[in-house]
Design a protein around this ligand. Structure first.
Ligand code: NAD
Length: 329
């Protein structure tokens, strides 16, 4: 059985080769992103293993099915990039890794908060340049601050536990309140109320039609002046140009992004020799109170090992006629 891994990086190759895999399988590591132009590379591969920025729209799925693919094994938890009805119509099974390390993502969100608050990114550059002054580096204590958690599933709950440890007051918004988060003394509120009361807002909900541009010009107006927004969920949870206006006016005091709506053709590649063509991202990167990381929140040794093990286990189960971690429309 041939398994092609699109968008695969060297660090993933190591974890996949170290994980147990079904006998008689060949892993084809392919660094290119899956899109219509590259789908032909999967010709004859029963399994296509895809990551978050691969294109799994209907035309690509049709091309894959025509080439003999039967299983789409996502190396991610999120599946907003898959046209599930089209996959079902084409007889393609789709499986995913529902949880690999919620801690990896939650801890990255906290890293963004601390970096922005204590201006570590600026201090790092300053001291390396022989500048030991402190002006412009004043932060704030986290203890006692109101932290709004939007989406309190596995990652949101792990994030809430950490922030509770800092002595923060937790506010939460989720259509399905999590008893574990309630037990941390979190108050579940309507989204508007959370945005009005929180000094820090962190997004941990999936991207769905209901959550697309959840943060937009109207909701940004509800936020506290100078609030901090952290997005490690999905780029399209926020209307990015609206963030620029909010940063310019000071409505938004700090912004930490690990995801970006237009990241698919940018992230995971070294583009340092090329002019940045994305003017919105270029403008964001000019603000001293903004940090952008290139979708690295998942990137820990533990998470990589878990992604590889669960993905290969999902494939082995499918090959044996048992379906696990399947996603249906
Ligand atoms: P999860 O399914 O455990 O939790 C998601 C939570 O969001 C659930 O409690 C659900 O009820 C809630 N939710 C659904 N619709 C909502 C809405 N309209 N408003 C508020 N909450 C809503 O998922 P998880 O494992 O915690 O992952 C959350 C998201 O994090 C994923 O969907 C993915 O997009 C993102 N993610 C990012 C990275 C990264 O590297 N940056 C890695 C993994 C996951």
């Amino acid at each position: 059985m041939r398994i092609i891994l699109f968008s695969s990086q060297t660090y993933e190759r190591d974890s996949f080769l170290a994980a147990p895999r079904p006998a008689g399988t060949a892993l084809l590591f392919q660094p290119v992103r899956l899109e219509l132009e590259t789908a032909a590379l999967a010709q004859g591969c029963a399994v296509v293993c895809a990551f978050i920025n691969d294109d799994l729209s209907a035309p690509v799925l049709e091309r894959l099915a025509a080439g003999g693919t039967r299983l789409i094994a996502l190396r991610s938890a999120g599946y907003n990039h898959v046209d599930l009805p089209a996959a079902q119509q084409l007889g393609l099974t789709v499986v995913r890794v529902p949880a690999y390390s919620p801690h990896a993502v939650a801890e990255h969100a906290v890293a963004l908060i601390l970096t922005l608050n204590r201006c570590l990114h600026r201090a790092y550059n300053r001291t390396r340049d022989g500048d030991f002054s402190l002006h412009g580096l004043t932060g704030f204590d986290l203890v006692g601050k109101c932290v709004g958690v939007v989406g309190t599933g596995q990652i949101g709950a792990a994030f809430a536990r950490i922030m509770s440890g800092f002595g923060c007051q937790l506010l939460a918004y989720d259509p399905y309140p999590n008893p574990e988060v309630v037990a941390l003394d979190a108050r579940y509120l309507a989204l508007d109320e959370l945005l009005e009361q929180a000094q820090i807002v962190s997004l941990h909900c999936p991207l769905t039609p209901a959550t697309r541009h959840l943060i937009n010009p109207t909701t940004l107006q509800r936020m506290q002046p100078g609030a901090m927004l952290i997005n490690t969920g999905r780029g399209a949870l926020v209307d990015t140009p609206a963030l620029i206006d909010a940063l310019k006016s000071g409505r938004l005091g700090y912004l930490g992004l690990d995801v970006y709506e237009e990241e698919a053709t940018l992230f995971f590649e070294d583009r340092s020799d090329l002019p940045l063509q994305d003017d919105v991202l270029a403008r964001l990167l000019t603000f001293p109170n903004v940090i952008v990381t290139a979708h690295q929140a998942f990137l820990t040794c533990e998470a990589l090992a878990a992604i590889a093990t669960t993905t290969l286990d999902n494939i082995a189960a499918w090959a044996a006629g048992r379906l696990q971690n399947q996603i249906e429309p």
